[in-house]
Design a protein around this ligand. Sequence first.
Ligand SMILES: [Zn+2]
Length: 143
Amino acid sequence: MSIIIPNFEFEIIKKHAAEAFPYEACGGLLGKIEKDSRIVVKAYPAGNRYGRITWDSFEIEPKDILGMDKLCVKEDLDILGFYHTHPNHPAIPSNFDVNASWPFYSYVILSVKGNSMDNVTDIRSYLMADRVSVPVEEEVIIK
Ligand SMILES: [Zn+2]
């Protein structure tokens, strides 16, 4: 599997990542699955319920999950996964990420080191089939 993120949507994610720093940014990735690829059509920046500075844990606002669902129905898309940032930490799933993961979804993690979009230094995506296995990295294609 690979996940394909259009440039324009990637810019939205990077902007969100930079603006939220030093807090974790999080959001949804809506799109379609075609053969072996997950094709992102829309990035959906969401609120993070955790009001404290973290790098290893976040929680998407429930109202934003509802918003994603509504948009998916309206535009015939599926929630393919979620993105979030690791401020000042590598783009590797934390124990929290693994424990909070759901099968099927892509978990895109961005490492961010400051408030500028240039400070997004790494992007990786993982599938976490269950909550005990090692996360499996999938290819991220920005185009
Ligand atoms: Zn994380």
